[in-house]
Design a protein around this ligand. Structure first.
Ligand code: CP
Length: 310
């Protein structure tokens, strides 16, 4: 593959390959090993049309740890605000001879559109409600390291499934790796056809939690809700908030995950989010850097070979 636009289209062995490639960067990051130079001489542009903390910073850190020249384009300070189209923006980045472009955009499909127009590899850092592939990879890596394997794990993904690109990419990755995936949401925030994606839908969170190995909580994506039913925070917490009492329904060694940003007291209580045994939330962030290093390295290999740089 030239680009990473989604988990959709990746074979299970390709997902496993990216997880295996990520492993080598974890220890290297922990020991602050500065000897790696895989992306030296390459220009990486991070074009973010939507807010981000974790994804933007970890792509920047990942590129810098591999010695790329990293440039961030924030849409709020760019000529997008003056009416420039997405295609014209893409052609501008291309003309600057970027070697790899990382894109976050509020429209589903925008990353694919840009990938078709530019000469270098493009990585999707989240597009609308569509996909967030590096998030799914870092989640799978976290599960694999904590539980030994993704296969056979009962994973409950709970929250605003309808608007969540994280849920979609995770469903694709986790089912490809043979996990048993349950999704849980109010019926108004549950997409149709979940069974066709190989997952079991629940509206009752207590039922969904029975025997869970992993619980992944998602926030309400209020910015993507236009009209329709928007639950109040209080109402949502009552039926779908992860409390310690609720967590007792899962396996005793259950792993709690959240992609962030968290809304404490809404979808997750602080006692759960900060739990020293169960919570893997900060570990997810750490895995994010390793996964993004692996993706940048793997996707630029061909370009580096063509240039005779590796
Ligand atoms: N998980 C995630 O995508 O977080 P950010 O929006 O902060 O990048």
């Amino acid at each position: 593959h030239r680009h990473l636009t989604g988990i959709d289209g990746l074979q299970p062995h390709e997902i496993m390959f990216l997880l295996d490639e990520s492993e080598q960067w974890i220890d290297s990051n922990r020991s602050r090993d500065k000897s790696h130079k895989q992306l030296r001489g390459l220009t990486q542009i991070n074009a973010f049309f939507e807010n981000s903390t974790r994804t933007l910073l970890s792509f920047e850190i990942a590129g810098k740890r591999l010695r790329a020249d990293v440039v961030n384009m924030h849409a709020a300070q760019s000529s997008v605000k003056k009416g420039e189209t997405l295609i014209d923006t893409a052609m501008t980045l291309n003309a600057m001879r970027a070697d790899v472009i990382v894109i976050r955009h509020q429209s589903s499909g925008a990353v694919r559109l840009i990938a078709d127009k530019v000469d270098c590899p493009v990585l999707n850092a989240g597009d609308g409600r569509h996909e967030h592939p590096t998030q799914a990879l870092l989640d799978a890596l976290t599960i694999r390291r904590r539980r030994g394997s993704v296969a056979g794990q009962r994973v409950v993904i709970c929250g605003d499934i309808l608007h969540s690109r994280v849920a979609r990419s995770n469903i694709l990755a986790l089912t490809a790796l043979a996990a048993e995936v349950r999704v849980c949401a109010p019926s108004t925030l549950m997409p149709a056809g979940m069974e066709r994606m190989g997952v079991t839908p629940f509206t009752d969170f207590d039922q969904a939690l029975e025997g869970a190995d992993v619980v992944m909580m998602l926030r309400l994506q209020n910015e993507r809700m236009s009209g329709g039913f928007i639950p109040s925070n209080r109402e949502f917490h009552l039926r779908y908030g992860l409390t310690l009492a609720r967590l007792a329904r899962a396996k005793p060694d259950v792993l709690v995950m959240h992609p962030g940003p968290m809304n404490r007291g809404v979808e997750i209580d602080s006692a759960v989010a900060d739990h020293v045994v169960h919570s893997a939330i900060t570990e997810q962030v750490e895995m994010g850097v390793a996964v993004r290093m692996a993706c940048l390295d793997v996707l630029t290999r061909r370009a580096r070979r063509v240039k005779g740089w590796s």
